[in-house]
Design a protein around this ligand. Structure first.
Ligand SMILES: Cc1cc2nc3c(=O)[nH]c(=O)nc-3n(C[C@H](O)[C@H](O)[C@H](O)COP(=O)(O)OP(=O)(O)OC[C@H]3O[C@@H](n4cnc5c(N)ncnc54)[C@H](O)[C@@H]3O)c2cc1C
Length: 664
C-alpha cells in the first residue's frame, strides 16, 4: 500500500484518533514530560501510517481505511448521536466519548475497530523513542530502554547472498527455520543430506538486536508483529527470522505431558506420541538445547508468583529452560527480542549452526510462495528473496524432499496455495489464548527485568477432568504488551496505568483451548485467521482470572486490574473483594474484544493423523496428497499442547526428519 491511498481527510481523522487516545495531558514546557507529550508531538500519526503501510494484507488495509472513513463521515457520527461532524472536527471531549461508545459498543465490529485503532496508536506511541534516543514514558517509569551492546558480538549464521534470480538443486529444501524447520535441517544435514533452508525473516546477529521494541517487532516477528485474527479480537505473535519463534521466545522448555501424549494418540489414531521412539525425540531435542533448571533464578516477577502460590498452598515448580550460561546480570528480561549473548539455545544457535557447519545453505529474507508438485510428488519450491541490494529476486529450488516448516499460520496457506485440498489443512487451529491479571505492588518490580519465565503452577491445568484448563506463568513486560493489551476506559486512565508499569507484575494465563478456529486463504493467497475463544474455553479463562487475582493478592498486590475494556479494578483485603471483582468482570464479559487476549502459540492447522479422515499428514509427517512433502512445525500437532509448545514441535521435527533419513 502506498501512503497516498489515505486521503488528506482520512489522515486528519487518524491524527485526531491518535491525539484523542494519547493527548497531551499537561501543559508543561518540559518536552521530556510524559503526560505533556502527546501523540502529535511524538509523531505517532506518521508511525501509525507506516505500520498500516507494512501490513501484508491489502484487505486489512482496506478495512482500516473503511473504519477511518466511517469516523470521518458526518452522517455516521450523527446517527451515533455525536452531531453532523467528522471526527476530526469534534472537540476532544466529544471525540473521546465517541471512541468510548465504540470501545463498549454492543456491536462487536465497532469494538474490534476501536481495538485495532487503539493497538496501532499505542504501539506506534510507546514502542519507539521520541527524538531518536529516549521516550518520556521510559523516564517516567524508570525503564532503562535499550541497553548498551555487549562487548562481544554474536555473528549471524553464514548465509547465501542472493543478488540475481537464482535456481538451486539440493536433496532437501526446508521452508522456515524455527522450532520445526531448524531441527529438521540440523538432523538431515548431520545425516549427510544436501539441505537448503529458505527463511522469510532476516538473519540477525547481536548487533542487529537493538532492543528498540518497535523495530524488533517489525524485523523479527511475523507480519511485523501486527497479525490479528479476522475479528480483530486477538493479536498473534510469532517469530519471523532465522531461528523463527525460538530466537525471540521466552525459553520455557516443557516436554509434552504424558496425558496429552495419550490424548493425541487417541485422537490421531496412532501409537506414535506415547511411543518410546517419540520419547527419544523429546529427550534428544532437550539435550541439544541444554534444557534444565540450572539457570532459573527467579527475578522479581517470578519471586512474587512463587510467594503467592506458596502462601495459597498451590503447587509451584521451576521452569526448565533451553539456555547455557544465562548468568545473573545478563540483560535477560530483554531476550524476548533476541539474546545478544548467545545464551539462548534457539535453533539458530544449535541445529541450524550444525546444519550450516555441515554444508547446508541458508537463504534468509526468502518468502516461499508455493511447493512445486509434479505427478503427485513435491519436487521443489519457488519464491522470492530480498538481496543485499534491497531488490527482490526469484528463487527456485529443486529437491527430492520438501519440508514445510513455516509455522501453523503460514504452512496451511503455503499448502493451499500449492493446490493441496485435504480438508484438515487450515482447520483445527489452536491458539492457546493468553490473558493476564495485573498486580500493582508497593515496591518496584521492574517487570522488564530478570529471567523471562522461571516459575509456573499446574494447579488449574485440568479444570474439566479432560486436561483442559490453564497454566499460570509470568512474563516480561516492556511497553509493547501493555500497549497491545491494557484495557481502556479513557486516555488519562491508560496513561496513568502505564506510568505505574515499574510497580506492576502479571500472572499470565495460558489457556489450553479445547475448541478451534481456522486458517483460511484469501484470493491473493494470504493467510486469514478466524478464531474466537469458545464459551466453553472462556469459562476456564474466567476461573483462571479469579485464580490469578488470588495469587497476586496473596503475593502482596495492593491493586488488581483485568485486561478488560473497561478494566475491572479491585483492592484486595475487603470482605468478598474477589467475588465482587468477578461479578464486575462478568458484567464486562470476556469475549469479542471485551477482554484482551494474545496468541503466542499457534498449533494443529495441518495435523498428524492415521489417515486423511483424521489429519492432513500421516505418522511420518508426509502429506497424504503429495509424496515427498512433509510438515514438521506447529501445524502438525493433533491439538493444543497445553504447555508451551516449542519442545513438542522440535520433537515432531526430530521424529519426521529421522524417518526421512531412515527411508532415504
Ligand atoms: C513472544 C513469544 C514467546 C514465546 N515463548 C515460548 C516459550 O517460552 N516456550 C515455548 O515452548 N514456546 C514459546 N513460544 C512459542 C514458540 O516459539 C513457537 O510455538 C514455535 O517457535 C513454533 O515453531 P514452528 O516451527 O511451528 O514455527 P516458527 O518457529 O514460528 O518458525 C516458522 C518460520 O517460518 C518462516 N516462514 C513463514 N512463512 C514463510 C514463507 N512463506 N517462506 C519462508 N519462510 C517462512 C517464519 O519467518 C518463521 O521463522 C513463544 C512465542 C512467542 C511469539
Amino acid at each position: 500500500m502506498s501512503l497516498a491511498e489515505f486521503s488528506p481527510r482520512q489522515r486528519a481523522v487518524l491524527a485526531a484518533v491518535a491525539d484523542t487516545l494519547l493527548p497531551s495531558l499537561r501543559r508543561d514546557p518540559d518536552p521530556g514530560d510524559y503526560f505533556a507529550t502527546g501523540a502529535l508531538r511524538a509523531g505517532t500519526p506518521d508511525r501509525v501510517l507506516s505500520l498500516i503501510a507494512g501490513l501484508p494484507s491489502p484487505s486489512d488495509v482496506a478495512r482500516l481505511r473503511l473504519l477511518v472513513s466511517l469516523l470521518g463521515s458526518p452522517a455516521a457520527n450523527l446517527a451515533g448521536g455525536f452531531g453532523f461532524r467528522s471526527f476530526a472536527a469534534m472537540d476532544p471531549v466529544t471525540r473521546e466519548a465517541l471512541l468510548r461508545s465504540w470501545a463498549n459498543s454492543p456491536i462487536p465490529l465497532k469494538r474490534a475497530g476501536f481495538q485495532a485503532l487503539k493497538r496501532l496508536c499505542h504501539v506506534a506511541y510507546f514502542c519507539w523513542p521520541i527524538d531518536g534516543a529516549r521516550h518520556p514514558a521510559w523516564t517516567a517509569t524508570g525503564y532503562p530502554g535499550p541497553l548498551p551492546q555487549p562487548a562481544a558480538a554474536v555473528e549471524p549464521l553464514p548465509a547465501l547472498a542472493i543478488d540475481r534470480d537464482t535456481a538451486l538443486d539440493c536433496e532437501v529444501v526446508v521452508v522456515g527455520s524455527g522450532a520445526g524447520g531448524g531441527v529438521a535441517a540440523g538432523v538431515l544435514a548431520a545425516a549427510g543430506r544436501d539441505v537448503v533452508v529458505l527463511e522469510k525473516g532476516p538473519n540477525a546477529g547481536s548487533r542487529d538486536l537493538t532492543q528498540v521494541e518497535g523495530d524488533m517487532l517489525s524485523e523479527l516477528f511475523l507480519d511485523r508483529g501486527m497479525l490479528m485474527t479476522q475479528s480483530g479480537s486477538m493479536p498473534i505473535l510469532a517469530g519471523s527470522c532465522v531461528g523463527g519463534g525460538t530466537a525471540i521466545n521466552w525459553t520455557t522448555s516443557f516436554a509434552l505431558p504424558d496425558a496429552i501424549r495419550a490424548e493425541w494418540d487417541d485422537r490421531a489414531g496412532l501409537g506414535l506420541f506415547t511411543s518410546a521412539d517419540f520419547g527419544g525425540s523429546l529427550e534428544r531435542v532437550m539435550a541439544r538445547g541444554n534444557v534444565g533448571t540450572t539457570w532459573t533464578t527467579p527475578g522479581r516477577r517470578d519471586q512474587l508468583l512463587e510467594r503467592g502460590l506458596t502462601s495459597l498452598g498451590w503447587d509451584v515448580h521451576p521452569i526448565p529452560r533451553n539456555v547455557t550460561g544465562c548468568r545473573e546480570g545478563l540483560e535477560c528480561g530483554y531476550c524476548g527480542y533476541g539474546c545478544r549473548h548467545g545464551a539462548k539455545n534457539s535453533t539458530d544457535r544449535t541445529y541450524l549452526a550444525d546444519a550450516t557447519a555441515a554444508g547446508a545453505r541458508l537463504i534468509p529474507r526468502c518468502d516461499v510462495t508455493r511447493v512445486i508438485v509434479e505427478r503427485g510428488r513435491a519436487v521443489g519450491v519457488e519464491g522470492s528473496a530480498r538481496g543485499a541490494d534491497g531488490r527482490t529476486h526469484r528463487v527456485a529450488v529443486r529437491a527430492r524432499v520438501v519440508i514445510a516448516a513455516a509455522g501453523a499460520i503460514a504452512t496451511p496457506a503455503l499448502l493451499t496455495r500449492s493446490g493441496l485440498r485435504n480438508p484438515h489443512i487450515g482447520r483445527n487451529l489452536h491458539l492457546h489464548p493468553v490473558s493476564a491479571v495485573i498486580g500493582v505492588f508497593p515496591d518496584r518490580v521492574d517487570p522488564w527485568s530478570g529471567s523471562l519465565q522461571t516459575r509456573h503452577t499446574s494447579h488449574i491445568a485440568d479444570m474439566d477432568g479432560r486436561g483442559y484448563g490453564a497454566r499460570l506463568e509470568t512474563g516480561p513486560l516492556h511497553f509493547a504488551l501493555p500497549a497491545s493489551a491494557f484495557g481502556w476506559e479513557s486516555a488519562r486512565q491508560l496513561r496513568e496505568d502505564v506510568a505505574r508499569l515499574g510497580y506492576m507484575s502479571v500472572v499470565g494465563i495460558l489457556l489450553r483451548d479445547r475448541d478451534t478456529g481456522r486458517v483460511a486463504v484469501s484470493r491473493q493467497g494470504r493467510a486469514r485467521v478466524h478464531y474466537e475463544p469458545s464459551r466453553y474455553d472462556v469459562q476456564h479463562m474466567r476461573r483462571a482470572i479469579r485464580a490469578g487475582a488470588d495469587v497476586l493478592a496473596a503475593a502482596g498486590a495492593t491493586e488488581l486490574i483485568t485486561l478488560q475494556t473497561p478494566p475491572v479494578r479491585a483492592r484486595p483485603g475487603q470482605a468478598r473483594w474477589l467475588d465482587d471483582m468477578m461479578a464486575r468482570a462478568d458484567a464486562v464479559g470476556y469475549r469479542r474484544c471485551r477482554m484482551s487476549y494474545i496468541s503466542f502459540h499457534q498449533m494443529a492447522s495441518a495435523a498428524i493423523g492415521r489417515d486423511p479422515a483424521r489429519g492432513a499428514v500421516g505418522e511420518t509427517g508426509e502429506a497424504f496428497e503429495v509424496r515427498g512433502l512433509y510438515v514438521v512445525d506447529g501445524s502438525a500437532c493433533p491439538t493444543s499442547t497445553g504447555v508451551n509448545p516449542m519442545i513438542t514441535i522440535m520433537a515432531i521435527a526430530d521424529h519426521v526428519a529421522r524417518g526421512i533419513v531412515r527411508a532415504w
